[in-house]
Design a protein around this ligand. Sequence first.
Ligand code: UDP
Length: 377
Amino acid sequence: ARIMTIYGTRPEAIKVAPVIRALEGSGKLDSVTLVTGQHREMLDQVNDFFGITPDHDLDVFAQGQSLNELMGKMFTRLDRVLADDRPDAVLVQGDTSTVVAAAQAAFHQDIKVIHLEAGLRSGDLFSPFPEEANRRLVSQLASLHLAATSTARMNLLREGTSEATIAVTGNTVIDALLQAVRAEAPFEDERIADAVAQGRPIVLVTTHRRENWGSAMEGVGRALRRIALENPEWMIVLPAHRNPLVREAVLPQVTDVANVIISEPLPYDQFTHLLSACRIVLTDSGGVQEEAPSLGKPVLVMRENTERPEAVVAGTVQLIGTDEQRIVDEVSRLIHDQRWYDAIANAVNPYGDGRAADRTVAAIEHLFGLGDRLPDF
Ligand code: UDP
């Protein structure tokens, strides 16, 4: 069977990369890759690191386009490629516009849909932000649901998804992380290289999420400024997302603070190196909160709710919201209370053991009658 992996953003690229490699090694399946280009440089960085040259590139990126313009372009261009290539299934990951466009375009052409990282639910049915709707839409269309955890599997079962179509695999982000962190990539940014070489304690910060655009992100910026000024021996490192709305909200608050480093997005191997070198992670990212606990780093999540409750239950992350004072307080607590720090840092990561890609491929082989049973994590 021929599997077309379709992806469009940096986090998708990271999570599908180990699967693409495992598909290539399967011997029973053919692999073809398509990028939509929903992100551009950040996506290319990841493909470069993993040595993946996409077979198709739809190049849909344009600054400031609406979600509907983006979806329209993707539908039209995907329709043509799918009609020409006729894969037996498309594999999509996560909850972006790329995922919904690809799943629906495939569904309309009677091509099976395989959903990686299926079953995440924030429970917020009326969220004005697209991710939760995207997750639910792709669940309706998929023939195989690859759940990272048993919690995700339960969510799917509760919605009536057939048990025989779900496999629990662990999250492939851990496979990617363990590969990248081994590279111990040197830092191109000299300020980061120096901070790490000097053993400065580092708070690593990422923020990008649509629900935090605007005043919440301005509050994050003000909190970072206060944390930096109150803790001059610490460094705050913020690889700034390319989205101008993110940059306009956060950067003006911190550009003139000596112990805040604003960098461009880091290539994945440098980012994971920094993740392993930092002390505290402050983020609104999904992927980063899954990765950091595998390196023993406590994570403060700047969101009001989460589709990743396993991490909260396991104690690897604290959900702290975006209130400026709360962010300052929670970071201070981790800086000053070593027992609290250790309790979070030593909690066990529920997301994976680094072998999710092999389980994913075993589940896909099973879908096509090429493997005896669904794997389980
Ligand atoms: N990441 C990266 N470079 C950076 C920041 C993040 O490679 O400068 C990686 C990070 O390790 C994680 C992924 O990008 O695997 C997370 O992407 P993002 O936060 O944009 O999206 P989300 O995970 O929230 O969907």
